[in-house]
Ligand binder design. Structure first.
Ligand code: GRF
Length: 276
């Protein structure tokens, strides 16, 4: 019987890339049946690029700051790609209230300009799963639809430094700590059209104890992330993830619809320690 091919994983980063390193280590140590086929960054200073190069992984940079500045100066010239539809992006996004707001339109159009360059940079490297590892840019429906192309499970994963749906945004550990929470954690989820709202794949929690500081919470959190992310990617590689639309009837005639991730049990062979 043919051995299954390793999952081809593309990674996007913005900074230090310790999650990227955890993924590279898991691959190298045989804990993750995957191959990292590229690492892309939104800025050339991202330290994680060095980690990728050290492992012989191809890298590229899509300079978001410059692209967005070009757009702000001269939108017609840096205008979104010809296949961008503002109406479609506006209808699909769930970023913030107020569709039709000119700032939202500008946001969607300018991001699409950058995302078109990102898609072009990724094109030479076929991949199965795109992993966001500290990629500090919101992705819009323009990009998400072109990567997912209707696939189930979806093809973009993110790690977030809080127990979603609490504390979305850029400073999950900070928000958790300052709120006075007694438990912190991290979440891996599929990316949907909102900000940190996609179906949850896995979470890890840990107590915040007397004497903890924001720094210790961040450090403990990152250590959990380094274990959680490879585990979730492994579930994907083993074909054990699918999404399911659930509908709930709530008191007062309210109806709640939510897409959730269903994790299939490990195959008996994998559970015995063989290949999945
Ligand atoms: C992590 O805390 C991750 O949850 C968040 O950004 C941070 C990235 O850290 N999205 P690193 O670049 O992987 O070290």
């Amino acid at each position: 019987m043919l051995e299954p091919q390793p999952l081809r994983v593309g990674v996007l980063i913005s900074g230090g890339g310790t999650n990227l390193q955890a993924i590279l280590d898991a691959v190298r140590e045989g804990r993750l049946p995957a191959r990292v086929v590229f690492v892309g960054a939104d800025n050339a200073e991202a330290k994680g690029l060095e980690r990728a190069r050290a492992c012989g992984v191809p890298t590229f940079v899509v300079p978001y700051r410059e692209i967005l500045a070009r757009f702000a100066e001269d939108p017609p010239r840096a205008f979104p790609p010809p296949d961008f539809s503002l109406a479609a992006a506006r209808a699909r996004q769930r970023l913030r209230p107020g569709a039709g707001d000119p700032h939202l339109d500008r946001f969607l159009a300018s991001r699409a300009a950058a995302e078109a360059e990102l898609l072009a940079a990724m094109r030479p490297y076929p991949f199965d799963l795109l992993v966001l590892a500290g990629f500090m840019r919101v992705l819009t429906p323009y990009f998400i639809d072109r990567v997912n192309a209707g696939a189930d499970p979806p093809r973009i994963m993110n790690i977030h430094p809080a127990l979603l749906p609490a504390f979305p945004g850029t400073d999950g550990y900070g928000d958790t700590f300052r709120y006075g929470c007694k438990v912190a954690g991290c979440t891996v989820h599929f990316v949907d059209y909102g900000e940190d709202t996609g179906p949850i794949i896995g979470q890890r929690a840990f107590p915040i104890e007397e004497g903890d500081t924001l720094e210790t919470v961040r450090r403990k959190g990152l250590e959990h992330e380094w274990r959680l992310y490879p585990e979730c990617i492994r579930l994907y590689a083993e074909g054990r993830l699918r999404t399911e639309r659930r509908v709930y009837e709530l008191p007062g005639g309210r109806r709640l619809e939510r897409t959730v991730v269903v994790v299939a049990p490990a195959s008996p062979r994998a559970a015995e320690g063989g290949a999945g």
